[in-house]
Design a protein around this ligand. Sequence first.
Ligand SMILES: [Zn+2]
Length: 348
Amino acid sequence: MDERVWEERWHPLREEWVIIAAHRQGRPWSGETLGASGDEIPPYSPDCYLCPGNARSSGQRNPDYTGTFVFDNDHPGMAPDAPTDLAPPPYPYRNRPANGCARVICYNPRHDLTLAEMPVPDILEVVRVWQQQTRDLAGRPEVKHVLCFENKGQAVGVSNPHPHGQIYGVNFVFKTIETELEASWRHLGETGRELFADIIRAEQADGRRILYEDECSIAFVPYFARYAYEVYVAPKRTVPHVYALADSEAESLARALKDVTVRFDNLWRMSFPYVMPLHQAPTDGADYRAFHFFIAFHPPLRQPHLLKYLAGPEIGGGNFLSDTSPEQKAAELRALPSVHYKEGSGTE
Ligand SMILES: [Zn+2]
């Protein structure tokens, strides 16, 4: 049997697609060991496949980029040329080609920076790339949904410190967004109001969990946080996609992202790991005016070296059991300086 199977398989019990991308097994793994944090990271690494001028495993060479840099993932989970000659599975199973597009976005030419250490104008450039890429991929007929995300840190399996994220354009709508869409439509029908706007109002009325707020953006530990240091960063105006933000809103979003990521790093004076997805409406041309674009940070750590393991309730049951109080965790983050500990004068 060919084990290089590359297709989407329907999960009939969860009613969702599973991407099987077994052809990616040969992708490069820079096997840096855990516990290497604290080592000095150089601004350029000759071994890094994301640094300017370096060659990637595909043999292509990165340009000497000076800002952001986007390229098609050399080992994509979904692609325009994914196999189409799939063997049909027996009933009740379904499969189909993993048709779509996967890209990598380098945030900065500097190997040793993260969002938290980048100046706001550079973060704004990342926001602009999310806008361009979402628009670009949305224009492809096969793409129904664009997921921009960043996996950061060894705790979430990323050993290369070069600041980068990924962009998936897929031929289905991701389950989380599907659930949020249904809830948003139902809330709109029942109350005449937008659900996320009501969430923002509830957070403002309480106030204890808000980390950052200006005219256009807000960042908070949600009342219902599933992870200890979970944070939502959102524009105040309801827009379904990142590209619908006005310039002033995009700038505000960049400031909010800077503030939150700096607090994260200051918490334990270390580069703080997280999974950060952009929650955007689908791009299939339907009406998504009830959907409110936002960015979520899901940090896996509860303490400096203690992971929140997804176990029985989360993996088995599909619901989270949190051992921490969102109000207490928000208080910890609120008490921290909004200047990065490496940028400070050395005084506390
Ligand atoms: Zn690099």
